[in-house]
Write a new protein. Sequence first.
Length: 320
Amino acid sequence: MKHNYPKIGLGKFCQLLGITRQANYQHFWHQEQLAFEDELIVLEVLKIRKNHRHMGGRKLYELLQPFLLKHQIKMGRDRLFDVLSANYLLVRRKKKPTITTDSFHRFKKYPNLIRDFVPTCSNQLWVSDITYWRIKDSFTYISFVTDAYSRKIVGYHLGDSLQTSETIQALEMAISNLPDEHKNEIQLIHHSDRGTQYCSIEYIKLLDYNNLSISMTENGDPLENAIAERVNGIIKEEYLDDYQIEDIQEAKELLDAVIKLYNNERPHMSIGNLTPNQVHQYNLKTEKLWKNYYKKSYHCKPITGLKMSCKSILGLSINM
């Protein structure tokens, strides 16, 4: 109004609208302050997303708390989502169904031991799964072994085939990382699907040799191995799919860096927004911060863009 009628004083307009001149100035000062704070937040989000390119708003909000406190910025989660939306920084999830499991084979299949089992500390239940990763014009396959309590990836291996020998290397890494005192009194369940790799003589022999109880899915429902499926999605969709890989050696180096980021820096709502390594190392008691919308007959609880060269992430220092 002042712009359209420059000859009329500001005081007249304020009187007409029932506000004081001071309130008018304070409004614009407040808007300028908010705009400045939003700009700082966007810069910090981009800094976090440099490594964690698809980290969602809730996890960003947790990681931003020290920054907000340092800069004396009062910001709720809803306002953060508004800022992310205004700057096109909201994450859209992609679901890409794929099949890496062959359950029709001659090997023995084992029952599901974790229907009523909820782990109370680390190294009580490991869940395993295999996912594919396309690099250039070929496919590679990643085998994961994840601790169900802490969500830490305790063993992994990348290979160019679905051979049992490739999957065994992930299990060997997980076993080698067990504390010595735990190896003597091990009471650990290994849970997987009924794929050939997990039912093979070699894999079962390694489990038996290390006194790991064997548990497998029974009806093909992804919720029977939900934690492993979720970890697959996180590693691929939030990290690996954003990088252009030339060969398998480069892929292995990138995977090593990504696993460190996941274990040491990425918070999980399922473990109270702590990182997997924090919970795993100290056996912290946590509270899940998401709701379980699945009502199943069993009680194993499921967890509910830029292309660049992987050399950029490999060159970054990772805080352990």
